[in-house]
Every structure is written in structure tokens, then in C-alpha cells.
Design a protein around this ligand. Structure first.
Ligand code: FAD
Ligand code: UDP
Length: 400
């Protein structure tokens, strides 16, 4: 592999069997698999000055390993994903735990057995817990919007508490809308957990942190003789979609193209811009060993930011007398202001707009939109990897 900055003057896309736009999970997984399975030459173009997409991590000025684009915790039920990624890194045994600050009391999120007792007191908490167990069974996940539909007064009491104190204010900050107004799959990501597991990803068999960080994992994934990576290159300088062709350097391109950027940008947003939520991430380095008891504390009833992450608590990095924390302030996404598009806004109107763009590339057999931007999906890292493994299976089969 080589990583170069900018494209050389004599760059020829025709020298490659595949062009990959974006060096995040979607692009890097397909690049690696196509190169090693088909002996194909792959060119990866990345507009940022680094690989790894939003999973990028690096050392800050104080020497603390930080996640530049927000806290990333690897977790999956998918053994294929885990085996693939494990080729490029070992994972630590880190298990993410989150506490919600509810009017000054810290309680586990997802809301669980222990949270019930903290919220309602030992005795009443236990009574309510037994009711949840009798209704849903032990070690079950119950999305808040589902719990709210139950008619039982005890379950209503729990649902009201959790809705008001865990979801309402946090969701208003994050999305500018109430939990009732957003797609239920979003609050469903953090279901009430009827059990004692206090991990943020209860029951997930594989979870941890890449032992030397995400960026190192991507370096190894892209480290292949047949893969060339060019950073600080916006692919749109050389690539466009015209009719039913991908045009690269002025002529129809015959190789495969895996595009992981936003589809609307490929068409200058001519049918309208796809909306996103963004985040202002404010990092602060403090002269202390440890700031908070867990990796992330969610502020669910107070503050303008949603959560504070302390990176050392997640990475396990040992560094005395210094720590870096980060607060996330949600924002409406403004492309012109150079913000990052973090979260697609899952609403029927936006899905329809997305589909319009998708239809315009649907007939181009060698053009493959992939990943959270090009598919306009709220994807976790494991889900993007799974989908990229499937896409590479298809491409490899077509070249067999
Ligand atoms: P990206 O990582 O965004 O990669 C796409 C790349 O394409 C980018 O590097 C971009 O610069 C590049 N690109 C775009 N357009 C062009 C162009 N025209 N030319 C060249 N390059 C281009 N997932 C988890 O599993 N666990 C977590 O804890 C977690 N935490 C998260 C926290 C936050 C705040 C956010 C926003 C996301 C989190 N995720 C988490 C999700 C995770 O970031 C994504 O699943 C994953 O990074 C998506 O990979 P991707 O390749 O689809 O996209
Ligand atoms: N959420 C909430 N309170 C919490 C945690 C999550 O209201 O303490 C809601 C909020 O709407 C959020 C969604 O659940 O956007 C998904 O949370 P998750 O932690 O999965 O978000 P991400 O890590 O992807 O930002």
C-alpha cells in the first residue's frame, strides 16, 4: 500500500480495476477484499487528510488518544464481521458503560434493574422490576416507545419516568424533536433492559476497542500491494455520473466504483439537499488523572450538550495527571459552513428524496453506493462492515 497526498499529474484511473471513494469502513473493507480475492488493483480516494472515516483516532497535543469524530465503541453480534476485523487488530476487553445524569443522580443507561432502584427507591424499584420481568421476561430489551403503549399503571409509571428523564430532553437536544416525533428505531437503539447487565450494548458477544486504535486497524486493512490510497482528494474532481455512466477523467470508466460519499453531492444537490444533524465536538484537556467514573455520561435532564466522553476511560490508556474529555453539542447541519454530516434524519420525506438520487444511479452496473452517507442510513460500524462484506461478495462473484 502507499498513502499519497493529492493525485500525481500522471494519475490514470484506467490503471485500476476499482475506484473507491472514501476510506472509512465501507470503502476500506471492499478495497481490501477485492484486492486480495481477485488480484485486482484498487485506488482509494479520500477527501480528508486521513483514512478511517469517522472512526479516525489520533493523539492530541497532551498525548491522549482521542476519537476525532466522537466516541466509537466496537460492538457486534455478527461473527463474520468480528472475524474479518480481527485480521487487522486485536480487541481489548473494554465494555462500554454509560451513566445518565438525572437531576444530579447518576444511573445506568440503558435503564435497567439498578436504574429502577435509583429512580424509585429499593422497595418500589424492586416491585416495578418484578412487574417488568412478569410482563417481558428477564434479560429482555424493551424499546421505550413500546413500553409506553402498555396500559398497566405500574408499567405506565416506569414508562413515564424513563420517557421524561432519560429520553425527552436528550432527544430534544440531539434531534430538535421529541421522541414521539422521531423514527422509533432511533430511541429503540437504547431500549430499557429488563435485567442487571449494565453495559451500553447488553448481550453483545463481541465488544471492545482496537488495541492500538482504529486508525492502526485501517492502516493494516489498507496495507496491500494492490491498494493505493490518495488522501486530500475530492473524488468529484475527476468523477461524475452522466446518464447511465460513471465518467472518470472525462470518459466512461470501465472498472468498478464504490462510492461512500453523499449521493446528493454527486449531483450538486440539484433535487434538494439531504438533511442531517451535525455536532459541535468540544475537546478539553484537564490536569487530572480521571474526570468521570465511566466512558460516557449522558446529560438527560440538564445542559446544552448531550454527553461527555472521557477517552482514557475507553481506550485504557495510562497517562498520569492528564485526561481529555469531549462534549457534544448537537446542531442543524449546514454544508456551506463546512460541518460534518453525522446523522441522517430518518423521515419518509427524506427517504423519498434519497430514493430519487438512488434511482439515478440504479441502472449503472459498475457503480456501488455503500455506507452511511451513500445509503443515507444510521449505521453502526459493524452494520457497515457487514454490508460492505456482502457487497464485496457480489463484486468478487461477478469477477470470478
Ligand atoms: P465514513 O466513516 O463517514 O466514511 C466515508 C468517507 O468518505 C469519509 O472519510 C469521507 O471524508 C469520504 N468522502 C465523502 N465524500 C468524498 C468525496 N467526494 N471524495 C473523497 N472522499 C469522500 N458506530 C459504532 O459501531 N459504535 C459507536 O460507538 C459509534 N459512535 C458514533 C458516534 C458518532 C458521533 C457518530 C457520528 C457515529 C458513530 N458510529 C458508531 C457510526 C460510525 O461512525 C459509522 O458506522 C462508520 O464510520 C461509517 O463508515 P462509512 O465508511 O460508511 O462512512
Ligand atoms: N437517547 C436518549 N437518552 C439517552 C440515550 C439515548 O434520549 O440517554 C436517544 C436519543 O434520541 C439518541 C438515541 O436514543 O439520539 C440513540 O442513542 P445512541 O446512544 O445510540 O446514539 P449515538 O451514539 O448513535 O449518538
Amino acid at each position: 500500500m502507499s498513502i499519497a497526498t493529492g493525485l500525481p499529474e500522471d494519475f490514470k484511473a484506467d490503471d485500476y480495476d476499482m475506484l473507491v471513494v472514501g476510506a472509512g469502513y465501507a470503502g476500506s473493507v471492499v478495497a481490501r477484499r477485492f484486492a486480495e480475492s481477485c488480484g485486482a488493483k484498487v485506488c482509494v480516494l479520500e477527501m480528508r487528510d486521513h483514512i478511517a472515516g469517522n472512526a479516525y483516532d489520533c493523539y492530541d497535543e497532551a498525548g491522549v488518544l482521542i476519537h476525532q469524530y466522537g466516541p466509537h465503541i466496537y460492538h457486534t453480534f455478527n461473527s463474520r464481521v468480528n472475524s474479518f476485523l480481527s485480521r487487522f487488530t486485536e480487541f481489548t476487553d473494554y465494555e462500554h458503560r454509560v451513566l445518565a445524569d438525572v437531576h444530579g443522580t447518576l444511573m445506568p443507561v440503558p435503564f435497567n434493574h439498578a436504574s429502577l432502584k435509583l429512580a424509585f427507591g429499593e422497595e418500589r424499584g424492586e416491585e416495578l422490576y418484578q412487574k417488568l420481568v412478569a410482563t417481558f421476561g428477564e434479560n429482555k430489551k424493551v424499546p421505550i416507545m413500546q413500553l409506553r403503549e402498555k396500559n398497566d399503571p405500574d408499567l405506565q409509571e416506569v414508562a413515564d419516568y424513563v420517557y421524561e428523564n432519560i429520553f425527552l430532553y436528550y432527544t430534544m437536544k440531539q434531534w430538535g424533536q421529541t421522541p414521539d416525533e422521531i423514527d422509533p428505531s432511533i430511541t429503540g437503539r437504547v431500549p430499557v433492559f429488563v435485567g442487571d447487565d449494565d453495559r451500553y450494548f447488553p448481550q453483545a458477544p463481541y465488544q471492545g476497542m482496537p488495541a492500538e486504535g482504529y486508525t492502526s486497524m485501517f492502516e493494516r486493512m489498507l496495507d496491500h500491494d494492490l491498494i493505493d490510497v490518495f488522501v486530500e482528494v475530492d473524488a468529484r474532481q475527476i468523477l461524475s455520473v452522466e446518464g447511465n455512466h460513471v465518467v472518470v477523467q472525462g470518459k466512461p470508466y470501465g472498472g468498478e466504483v464504490v462510492y461512500t460519499g453523499p449521493l446528493d453531492e454527486l449531483f450538486q444537490c440539484d433535487a434538494g439537499a439531504l438533511p442531517y444533524r451535525s455536532l459541535d465536538m468540544r475537546f478539553e484537556t484537564l490536569a487530572m488523572d480521571r474526570f468521570q467514573p465511566v466512558g460516557t455520561v449522558n446529560y438527560t435532564t440538564s445542559e446544552d450538550f448531550t454527553r461527555i466522553t472521557e477517552f482514557k476511560n475507553m481506550t485504557g490508556q495510562e497517562l498520569e495527571g492528564v485526561t481529555t474529555i469531549m462534549r457534544e453539542y448537537p446542531l442543524a447541519y449546514d454544508r456551506e459552513a463546512g460541518m460534518d454530516a453525522y446523522y441522517p434524519i430518518i423521515e419518509p420525506e427524506n427517504q423519498e428524496l434519497y430514493q430519487q438520487y438512488r434511482d439515478r444511479v440504479g441502472m449503472i452496473a459498475n457503480f456501488h453506493p455503500a455506507g452511511r452517507l451513500a445509503e443515507y442510513r444510521y449505521y453502526d460500524m459493524d452494520a457497515v462492515t457487514a454490508s460492505a462484506l456482502d457487497l464485496s461478495d457480489e463484486i468478487i462473484a461477478a469477477h470470478a
